[in-house]
Write a protein that binds this ligand. Structure first.
Ligand SMILES: [Zn+2]
Length: 130
C-alpha cells in the first residue's frame, strides 16, 4: 500500500500473460510460471465494490476489536481482496461502492507510524462519486 489520498495498493502484472495479482506472487506468476523478474509492479486504486460481507464477533487476535465487519471487495482493476470496513458500516451491503482509507494502527519501535488499509462505503447518500 502507498499512503495517499486515496491510498493505492501495490500489486504486480505479469509481462508474459498479463495476470494482475495482489498480494504480489513472491515466486513468480501463478498462471504461466513466469519468474519474478518478469513481473512489473503496478499500483491499483483502492476503490471497488463489496462482493461479500460478514460481521466478525469472535476471532483469535486482540485487534481489531470485535465486532467488526469484513468484506470481499472486487477492486475496479478486477482483483478481489478481503479487508476490514470502517466508518458507518450499517450502510455497507453487497454492491456498495467502497474506497480505501489508511487507518492508524500502531507505532513501530523506531517511531514509524504504521497504518492499516481499510475500506469505507463511498456511496452514502447516493450520487456521490468515488
Ligand atoms: Zn503470467
Amino acid at each position: 500500500m502507498r499512503v495517499g489520498d486515496p491510498p493505492t495498493i501495490v500489486g504486480h502484472e505479469c509481462q508474459r500473460c498479463g495476470r494482475c495479482a495482489f498480494p504480489p506472487d513472491p515466486y513468480g506468476c501463478e498462471r504461466c510460471g513466469a519468474g519474478v523478474d518478469e513481473l512489473d509492479e503496478i499500483e491499483l486504486a483502492a476503490a471497488g465494490v463489496i462482493h461479500a460481507i460478514a460481521t466478525v464477533h469472535r476471532h483469535h487476535h486482540a485487534r481489531p476489536e470485535t465486532p467488526f465487519t469484513v468484506a470481499t471487495i472486487v477492486l475496479d482493476d478486477g482483483i478481489a481482496l478481503k479487508a476490514v470496513l470502517t466508518g458507518d458500516v450499517s450502510a455497507a451491503a453487497i454492491g456498495s461502492r467502497v474506497r480505501g482509507v489508511a487507518v492508524p494502527w500502531e507505532t513501530a519501535d523506531d517511531g514509524t507510524e504504521v497504518v492499516d488499509l481499510r475500506f469505507e462505503v463511498a456511496d452514502i447518500g447516493r450520487g456521490a462519486s468515488g
